[in-house]
Design a protein around this ligand. Structure first.
Ligand code: NAD
Length: 415
């Protein structure tokens, strides 16, 4: 984290909104701390016979509105502080889209790109058994995040079920469909971003047909956003990943970039485009910029370079508070992470409900319900932004904190 530490950044935003809403200290203090934090150090036998000790975390930020919910990240640079920040964002996100969850996050410091499938399976199973004292379908439900996928969720579900002695479908979401996953979950976060992009375009009176788009990150979220926006008639002029970016003024053939990426594991070296850096991608002249990679990409130092009219935050925390102020002064319409990328947690909620009821929906039903949930949340945040004369991030935080504080009050935790 560059400009300040990650959790402090979320807390300072929460603090500012609590001031504005005149939230009582008793409630504010709870939101500024995480309820439970577990650090685990555990051994994994590697394929060459050596044993490595990995460090992982599971953090539950707040469970006032329901069981905690949040992804598991496999990345070499994860820290407890970052995990706390992402858990707090999950509490806020669940409240913005009004689903009955609190927020959590998990992480293991490892590099899945250099590990074999067998090593990843052993790591996942041991991590699951370490955090099994916290997770459960009524307590805390993990899901995929950076570096994890449906296969990892299947291993978690299987390990947890082995510990219990029976199959527990609803302990994770983002599972393969054959073991209780939901139709539409894999593409849900990207799909939600595109629903939001459509609503913003309508609000600002811009047609999506021919609108220019740049997408940073071409993983689960970024690749779906790029493909769906191209399907809406947008011109996707830039795409990047951790290795670099590609640009075409005429618009990239996103399906062909996707096929190239499947083959080579990266968008770079895609032949029908110019090579650009990630910094150049963020500075492209375009209508819509979708950061869908990692935190802290739009910071004070590079905000002046941003020329996009609309930013839809597919990633969590891609913009620092300092950068936010500059974007706001420059009239950029920013849809914050806790609204823009909430499609994933919404369909995770649908998956959890389907698992608990053992009754599964069609893909049309999932997408219809997702459209409704995202449309309602966008409408409520926009209304708050207009009535309170604040930007969309402040409005989303206000809506979320109001809902969480109302729930604390209703529960009578501080009579
Ligand atoms: P992923 O691992 O599938 O893909 C990440 C992509 O970002 C890859 O293309 C990778 O190469 C690229 N990347 C990594 N570091 C980069 C860097 N420094 N510069 C440029 N590109 C970089 O992850 P994902 O699931 O697509 O998640 C992306 C973001 O969206 C994260 O912030 C995540 O927390 C957030 N998010 C994901 C979900 C979900 O359902 N997967 C839901 C909500 C939010």
């Amino acid at each position: 984290m560059t400009e300040t530490n990650a959790f402090q950044m979320v807390v300072s935003r929460i603090d500012a909104i609590c001031d504005k809403l005149k939230v009582k200290d008793a409630y504010r203090l709870r939101l500024e701390k995480c309820e439970r934090e577990l650090t685990v150090n555990f051994p994994v036998r590697m394929d060459d016979g050596t044993v490595k000790v990995f460090t992982g975390f599971r953090v539950q930020h707040n469970d006032t509105r329901g069981p905690t919910k949040g992804g598991i990240r496999y990345h070499p640079d994860v820290t407890l502080d970052e995990t706390r920040a992402l858990a707090a964002l999950m509490t806020l996100k669940s409240a913005v889209v009004n689903i009955p969850y609190g927020g959590a996050k998990g992480a293991v410091a490892c590099d899945p790109r250099v590990m074999s499938q067998n090593e990843l399976e052993r790591l996942t199973r041991r991590y699951t058994s370490e955090i099994s004292i916290l997770i459960g379908p009524e307590r805390d439900i993990p899901a995929p995040d950076v570096g994890t996928n449906p296969q990892v969720m299947a291993w978690i579900m299987d390990t947890y079920s082995m510990l219990k002695g029976y199959s527990v479908l609803s302990v994770v979401t983002g599972k393969p469909i054959g073991i209780g996953g939901s139709k539409g979950r894999l593409s849900a976060t990207g799909c939600g971003c595109v629903i939001i992009a459509r609503l913003v375009a309508q609000h600002l009176g811009i047609g999506l047909e021919g609108a220019t788009v740049a997408v940073q990150g071409f993983g689960n979220v970024g690749s779906v956003v790029a493909r769906l926006l191209a399907g809406e008639g947008c011109k996707v002029i830039g795409i990047s990943d951790v290795n670099g970016g590609i640009y075409s003024a005429k618009g990239l053939d996103v399906d062909s970039v996707f096929a190239h990426c499947q083959e080579t594991d990266s968008v770079v070296d895609y032949k029908v485009a110019e090579a650009i850096t990630n910094a150049e991608l963020l500075a492209l002249e375009c209508d819509i910029l979708v950061p869908a990679a990692m935190e802290d990409q739009i910071v004070k130092a590079n905000t002046a370079d941003i020329k996009a009219r609309i930013i839809v935050e597919g990633a969590n925390a891609p913009t620092t508070p300092e950068a936010d102020e500059i974007l706001s002064d420059n009239g950029v319409f920013v849809v914050p992470d806790i609204l823009a990328n909430a499609g994933g947690v919404v369909v995770s909620y649908f998956e959890w409900v389907q698992g608990l009821q053992a009754f599964f929906w069609s893909e049309d039903e999932v997408n219809h319900q997702l459209q409704t949930a995202m449309g309602n949340a966008f409408g409520e945040v926009l209304e708050m932004s207009q009535s309170e004369k604040v930007d969309m991030r402040n409005a989303a935080y206000m809506l979320a904190i109001k809902r969480i504080v109302d729930a604390m009050e209703a529960r009578g935790i501080f009579p």
